[in-house]
Ligand binder design. Structure first.
Ligand SMILES: Nc1nc2c(ncn2[C@@H]2O[C@H](COP(=O)(O)OP(=O)(O)OP(=O)(O)O)[C@@H](O)[C@H]2O)c(=O)[nH]1
Length: 254
């Protein structure tokens, strides 16, 4: 179905493996905890339309694999992201110590202006905490990040994290600090979009990928990210069905 919205923001969810990135995305999209979450291979995708400050905003969210072996693939998705959730696990100092590397990647590969919210996830496991709220808040302050502790399990602060990030981007657009027209801003206005659907007969799951791009950005996107990655790992063949019929304009087979 075609959706109308005022803006589309590209978001990333980044951070070390096992911190709960996929569960946070799932909680935000489905409003429930993802049981038996497995390591993400490459990237996964979700989207949701939200209302922020009187505007309708579609969040196009790329959940990246935290494992080092996927780093070169996931890095290719950073370009042009407007916002990011940078996730660590409050029960793992190792994931907290890795934050600086993730932050450097986000600011160099996405955009120096990317709006980032630091999420200390697994807040429900307070008894096993290895990172205090205070030290993480200091880190956030020193690095000009917003900060929240979240729980993908209980849902606490999950919606707030995504919305806070979106609200900040919108404020920056309204104040003129961010220009949505700039190439690579990670922001599109609500012009008609194309959807990209793929089907996996092997797994029987449909809509492995569903994403929307304005027509102008579609070819660029296909060149730079989704299709190349999918082609490289899954031998995906994309076939245009019809360029202007919404929602299914392309179909692929794994
Ligand atoms: N208690 C608790 N467990 C969580 C929470 N979020 C995620 N988990 C668990 O943490 C593990 C990893 O979660 P994922 O969402 O797969 O982690 P990820 O960051 O996406 O991992 P990669 O895909 O490898 O980068 C799973 O066993 C989840 O059940 C949370 O808020 N609380």
């Amino acid at each position: 179905m075609s959706e109308t919205y005022d803006f589309l923001f590209k978001f990333l969810v980044i951070g070390s493996a096992g911190t709960g990135k996929s569960c946070l995305l799932h909680q935000f999209i489905e409003n429930k905890f993802k049981q038996d979450s497995n390591h993400t291979i490459g990237v996964e995708f979700g989207s949701r339309v939200v209302n922020v400050g009187g505007k309708t905003v579609k969040l196009q969210i790329w959940d990246t694999a935290g494992q080092e072996r996927f780093r070169s693939v996931t890095r290719s998705y950073y370009r042009g992201a407007a916002g990011a959730l940078l996730v660590y696990d409050i029960t793992s100092r190792e994931t907290y110590n890795a934050l600086t590397n993730w932050l450097t990647d986000a600011r160099t590969l996405a955009s120096p202006n990317i709006v980032i919210i630091l999420c200390g996830n697994k807040k429900d496991l307070d008894a096993d905490r290895e990172v205090t709220f205070l030290e993480a808040s200091r880190f956030a302050q020193e690095n000009e990040l917003m900060f929240l502790e979240t729980s993908a399990l209980t849902g606490e602060n999950v919606e707030e994290g995504f919305l806070k990030c979106a609200r900040t981007i919108l404020n920056k657009i309204e104040s003129g600090e961010l220009d949505p027209e700039r190439m690579g801003s990670g922001i599109q206005d609500g012009t008609p979009s194309l959807s990209l659907h793929t089907t996996s007969p092997a797994s029987g799951s449909r809509c492995v990928w569903v994403s929307s791009f304005s027509p102008l950005n579609l070819l660029k996107h296909l060149e730079t990210s989704g299709s190349l990655f999918m082609k490289s790992i899954c031998n995906l063949h994309l076939q245009p069905l019809s360029l202007w019929s919404d929602p299914v304009v392309m179909e692929g087979h794994l």
